[in-house]
Design a protein around this ligand. Structure first.
Ligand SMILES: NC(=O)c1ccc[n+]([C@@H]2O[C@H](COP(=O)([O-])OP(=O)(O)OC[C@H]3O[C@@H](n4cnc5c(N)ncnc54)[C@H](O)[C@@H]3O)[C@@H](O)[C@H]2O)c1
Length: 254
């Protein structure tokens, strides 16, 4: 008998779901049966993913959401409830990063990285919390990064923002566990997405970078989406406040 993850009847929101890891996650949650709200600043890409999901026979909507704006994240949650009746799963995936030495970064660069990556996660989490608390069920999965665990040169402010998301994950887990809400993080290594292409090419290409990884390859979005699916499901019901690296063994810290 096969073991499978069944999210039938669940309602999920994926921020930054229009491309890359977010898109793959939205599709995988839908293949497990969840109705999905794809929330992205780029509405056209979010609409495309929603159409792909509806073609699977599962409910999907797209919202034009800038996670740096609290009111946008509140509207996103209202839209998901209007379409799918509830919100069980939030994947805080939207993030941006500036790839520069810190000495070359401007305050505008920091502001952008921290606003989207850290404040965006706070805004979306705050927006779902009352709903999840009232229904006494929730799964919040935050995208972190190995950069936020060990620090990466050329990604200093992004490392700081993701370190903030990691600490938030642990602290919020302790506040909301009593409401049957789990909060966990996934820390990818370099993953083959549109957003990472500039970094991969600038660092000499995927083959060169893969040499630093025990599994000798960079991640594909599905490698990350699989871990998110587990954390979004009841297979992980007794795990909260944890951060899981999905980085081919690049980091092996606890
Ligand atoms: N790709 C990697 O190598 C890598 C490594 C570690 C962690 N991560 C993390 O994984 C997540 C996804 O990364 P990716 O590589 O798929 O990114 P990506 O750049 O390919 O896609 C990001 C998506 O987020 C959307 N977005 C950007 N700013 C937004 C905002 N303010 N509001 C709403 N949506 C916004 C974009 O429109 C885009 O659709 C991020 O949290 C990232 O930090 C990625």
């Amino acid at each position: 008998m096969a073991v499978s993850i069944d999210l039938f009847g669940k309602s999920a929101i994926v921020t930054g779901g229009g491309r890359g890891i977010g898109r793959e996650t939205a599709l995988l949650l839908a293949r497990a049966g969840a109705n999905v709200c794809i929330a992205d600043m780029d509405e056209a890409s979010a609409q495309n993913v929603a159409a792909e999901i509806r073609a699977l026979g599962v409910g999907a909507i797209a919202t034009r959401t800038n996670v740096t704006l609290a009111e946008d994240t509140q509207a996103m949650v209202q839209a998901a409830i209007a379409a799918h009746g509830r919100v069980d799963i939030l994947v805080n995936n939207a993030a941006v990063w500036t790839t520069k030495l810190f000495k070359d970064m401007t305050p505008q660069d920091y502001d952008r990285d921290i606003r989207v990556t850290l404040y965006g996660t706070l805004n979306a989490s705050r927006a779902v919390l009352d709903v999840m608390t009232a229904q006494k069920y929730g799964r919040i999965v935050n995208l972190i990064s190995d950069a936020g665990r060990i620090g990466e040169p050329y990604l200093t402010v992004y490392s700081a923002a993701k370190g903030g998301v990691a600490a938030f994950t642990k602290a919020l887990a302790k506040e909301v566990g009593r409401f049957n809400i789990t909060v966990n993080g996934v820390a990818p290594g370099i993953t083959n997405t549109p957003g990472a292409q500039g970094f991969i090419e600038g660092a000499g290409g995927a083959e060169k970078l893969a040499k630093a990884y025990p599994l000798r390859r960079l991640a594909e979005p599905i490698d990350i989406a699989n871990v998110i699916l587990f954390l979004a499901s009841d297979m992980s019901a007794y795990m909260t406040g944890q951060i899981f690296s999905a980085s081919g063994g690049y980091t092996t810290i606890g």
